[in-house]
Design a protein around this ligand. Sequence first.
Ligand code: SAH
Length: 224
Amino acid sequence: MSRDDLNQGGIGVNSQRARDRLLERLFEKGIRNHAVLEALGSVPRHLFVDEALGYRAYEDTALPISYNQTISQPYIVARMTELLLGGRPTLDRVLEVGTGCGYQTAVLAGLVKRVYTVERILPLLEKAQQRFKSLKLLNVFSKHADGIMGWPGKGPFDGIIVTASPSEVPKELLAQLADGARLVIPVGDEGGQVLRVIQRQGDEFISTDREAVMFVPLLSGTVQ
Ligand code: SAH
């Protein structure tokens, strides 16, 4: 029995076996990028959900966090990360809009050089920042702001990932893409959203719609 198992009163939900099973499930669902699978395998997802839900942390499902928000489903985190990398082994500077609990941020931190992440709800951001600190994710930079504006001054970015859904792609995000960079964003409304990948080539933006998804809405303004 591992120390994690003992910490959970012997339930074993956070055991290596539970994590390995999750990775197998992601592979079965079509995630083939080994670096991405490895990055998901190395992030302790139970530390990103409320203790009471810890026993479900390694299921491939979205779970509620506070302020009516959710921690994304591991499959979606893996898929979006795979699409962001687009076959490249790593990226230099990545912007994430919608830190939430910080799970996607932590996965990215294991794969790219620097992650900039923006969250509009201050208490969520502060809790995520504590997790980044205790996990010693020194390449994560975060701030409380409306991410519809991107992070002016830190771009251009080699990749931008948005984990909440607007009805239209914010122009500021397109403007902060470096040449050749990709924006991965769920577009639509609660009735239906599609995961869109937009690649910048000079002044052109090549857009591809991938699969149906369901995210919380991208809202403007900030909450203290
Ligand atoms: N990345 C998270 C998912 C978070 S849910 C994960 O790994 O699980 C989406 C988050 O986007 C919520 O916390 C919500 O508050 C935030 N959000 C919505 N609109 C935003 C905006 N305009 N700027 C920044 N964050 C936003």
